[in-house]
Design a protein around this ligand. Structure first.
Ligand code: FUL
Length: 705
């Protein structure tokens, strides 16, 4: 009997060994359950609604009255529904932004929704989101800002206890979360219980992230933790919504200790866009970008809502590069997502549906140059077409450059190629190419590097072919590819580009010729009856230009939009802090070229404030001004505290605005400042009181509206 059991055990062991040998050995760091869920979601929305909506700010100071929160139509169903219409799979609710106001009735601070008139102090916006998500089949996540400009204890150990307690409340009372989002921003100053001062913290040690994240792990074991540098999902390094063309899911942070999973929000060099090939941790990138120019709703940005095709482009550059797209939604003062935003989201959602509804490779005959162990059932290439992210085509250990032919049987027209790896076995492949059999020979039509959870190649033109070939050109180990897809985007026209020169002449151009570009100057959407653009249009006093391409009767592009201030033809710099030696003259700040800089950056210690003073030649009615920071991804010299002066004669000056440019480092868009009262002036002075970093200031462009 003993002998028989022994033989059975031996046979079992041999069988198991054979089986375990059959699957390729995992390669490098692997995703957790939470990270797999996050990857499958692909895209979700982050929702900024709070006191800033009523003060028209991007970062509240912390002294806002809770009474501001009294929305007339708040509807979590409408907001989550808008995200769902866009094809998004979840929402991250900003439960507390830097202003410290809590949208749930927390016990940790008085500065919360129970002190607001909303629902007579009985409101709980988080609860409403939970219910809406459950009803709509969407996942919920939370953002609770570590930086708290309201809390009197900020900067002390006491605050850390409070912050952790806030997280505990959020983790315990609102059901399962898919993500806990930890922002890295910290501008220093704030209200802090009335002290109104600058508080410095050491971002690498103050928050004690290891202890804080242990709470997340315990209370929300399936939530991924997002931070500037992980630990589960890394920031891509920009707020423009795109990852690098090559984007590895693995990453080795460089600070504070090489190879150590660090805390949040203090690393100087973000390498988020690319990650690290063979990095120490599975830490894929999240691309966050707002649907509007800012994260919070501002009426003045109604025209800046991203168009459906702009969103589609970002989709290819984020989700299509193995990262996730986190799109900012900004409910308006009513407490719902504005109609303009809903329209764009819905059209984007429809575009995605139309594009990805049919995998044109379905039904194809796929033939692989190698199949692992000849085991077609477990590792054959037909598994590429079953729409399962984890069933896969694998090769023998020694075969790292296999190829695959895909016989579609009939000619199919497509412009998107999709491939995915079974990431449960790590990120393995480093490069691949795709060929089409055209005119009797193989022609390369696409190529890419990293794949990971998802890779989309969007071809510049439609391809019609009945036979394709996929060649893996670089992989350190046997491959484990789970998906091959071919898709066709609906035909569309690209929106035109609008620019203006120093004389104030507006040009509208398209990449490829179209039958007509039509435009408006009154803020209305261009239609088939709007004027046709023929030659540059003079817009000396500024205004809004909207333009659209038209083809035949049926086709029109998205609307392109640009807003211009007074033309700068006669503007002269009459005084300015000396520019540095690099030819970065003051004139560059008013030349209508976003790529040229006025810069005073120098090596020696430079004093603040610094200024640039301009004579516009004639007197104008000024309602607002705009500061465009440098657009070259550098932070040196970007102004984050300013004052703005005007004068009729260049002698007597009035300070008409001052304040901070919140979030300008992460989101360096033009900073429009609307004056509390319009003024008449011929001269203006832009004064920089503080910069993010560097000795001196940089200005890409100054405009007056
Ligand atoms: C940034 C914040 O400072 C912004 O206000 C916004 O919340 C964005 C999503 O993250 O770092």
């Amino acid at each position: 009997m003993k002998k028989v059991t022994g033989i059975i055990l031996l046979l079992l062991a041999i069988g198991l060994k054979a089986f375990s040998q059959a699957a390729p050995k995992p390669y490098g760091p692997l995703p957790t359950k939470g990270q797999l869920n996050w990857q499958e979601m692909g895209m979700y929305c982050i929702i900024h609604y709070g006191v800033d909506v009523y003060t028209d700010k991007e970062w509240g100071y912390g002294d806002e009255d809770p009474k501001l929160i009294n929305p007339s139509q708040f509807s979590a169903m409408q907001i989550v529904g808008a995200a769902k219409a866009g094809g998004f799979k979840g929402v991250v609710v900003v439960a507390k932004h830097h202003d410290g106001f809590c949208l749930w009735p927390t016990k940790t601070t008085e500065h919360n929704i129970s002190k607001s008139p909303y629902k007579n102090g009985k409101g709980d916006i988080l609860k409403e989101y939970r219910e809406a998500c459950d009803k709509l089949g969407m996942q919920l996540g939370v953002y609770c800002s570590p930086w708290d400009r309201n809390n009197p204890n900020y900067g002390t150990d006491e605050y850390i206890k409070i912050y952790r307690e806030q997280l505990r409340e959020l983790y315990t009372n609102y059901g399962p979360l898919f993500i806990s989002w930890h922002d890295g921003a910290n501008g220093g100053d704030g209200y802090y219980g009335g002290k109104r001062e600058v508080r410095h913290i050491d971002r690498s040690t103050y928050y004690g992230w290891d202890t804080t994240w242990a709470i997340t792990r315990k209370l929300q074991p399936n939530a991924v933790i997002f931070g500037d540098v992980g630990p589960d999902v890394r920031w891509v390094g920009n707020e423009e919504g795109h990852a690098g063309e090559t984007c590895w899911a693995t990453y080795t942070p460089h600070a504070p200790v090489e190879g150590k999973k660090p805390g949040n929000g203090f690393v100087k060099d973000y390498e988020g866009t690319e990650g690290t090939r063979n990095g120490d941790f599975w830490m894929p990138a999240e691309c966050d970008v707002s649907l509007r120019p800012g994260w919070f709703y501002h009426k003045t940005q109604d025209d800046g809502v991203k168009s459906p095709y702009t969103l589609l482009d970002l989709y290819y550059k984020s989700v299509g590069r193995g990262a996730a797209l986190d799109l900012g939604l900004s409910p308006d003062p009513r407490g719902i997502v504005n109609e303009i935003d809903v329209k764009s989201l819905t059209q984007f959602g429809n575009l995605l549906k139309q594009t990805f509804a049919v995998n044109l490779a379905k039904g194809a005959t796929v033939t692989a140059s190698n199949i692992r162990g000849g085991n077609k059932l477990s590792f054959g290439p037909q598994l590429l077409l079953d729409n399962d992210r984890y069933s896969y085509w694998a090769t023998d250990d020694k075969v790292t450059m296999p190829s695959l032919t895909i016989d579609l049987h009939t000619p199919k027209t497509f412009n998107v190629i999709r491939v995915r790896e079974n990431i449960k076995l790590g990120q393995r492949i480093e490069a691949f190419e795709v060929d089409a059999f055209e005119n009797g020979k193989w022609q390369q039509i696409g190529a890419a590097t990293s794949i990971g959870g998802n890779r989309l190649i969007r071809l510049t033109q439609n391809i019609t072919a009945s036979k394709l070939r996929l060649r893996i050109t670089k992989s350190p180990v046997a491959i484990a590819l789970s998906d091959f897809g071919l898709f066709k985007e609906p035909v569309h026209l690209t929106a035109p580009k609008i620019t203006r020169n120093k004389k104030g002449e507006v040009s509208i151009t398209t990449e490829a010729p179209v039958s007509a570009i039509r435009y408006t100057l009154n803020g209305q959407e261009p239609t088939f009856t709007s004027p046709v653009y023929k030659e540059p249009v003079l817009l000396a006093n500024g205004g809004i230009v909207k333009a659209r391409s038209f083809e035949g009767k049926g086709q029109k592009s998205d609307v392109a939009f640009a807003s211009f201030g007074y033309a700068k033809a006669d503007w002269k710099i009459i005084d300015a802090t000396a520019a540095n030696d690099g030819g970065n003259r003051g004139e560059n700040a008013v030349d209508e070229h976003t790529g040229t800089l006025y810069s005073t950056l120098s090596k020696s210690d430079t004093k603040f404030p610094q200024q640039i003073t301009i004579d516009m030649g004639v007197s104008h009615q000024i309602k607002a001004f705009g500061y465009l920071p440098r657009q070259d991804k550098q932070a040196d010299g970007i102004v984050d505290r300013y004052a703005f002066y005007t004068s009729l004669d260049g002698k007597e000056w009035v300070k008409v605005a001052s304040g901070e440019f919140s979030n300008i480092k992460s989101n360096p868009i033009e900073q429009p400042v609307v004056l509390s009262n319009p003024v008449s002036a011929r001269y203006f002075k832009f004064e920089a009181e503080h910069v993010i970093t560097g000795n001196g200031i940089t200005v890409a462009e100054l405009s007056v509206y």
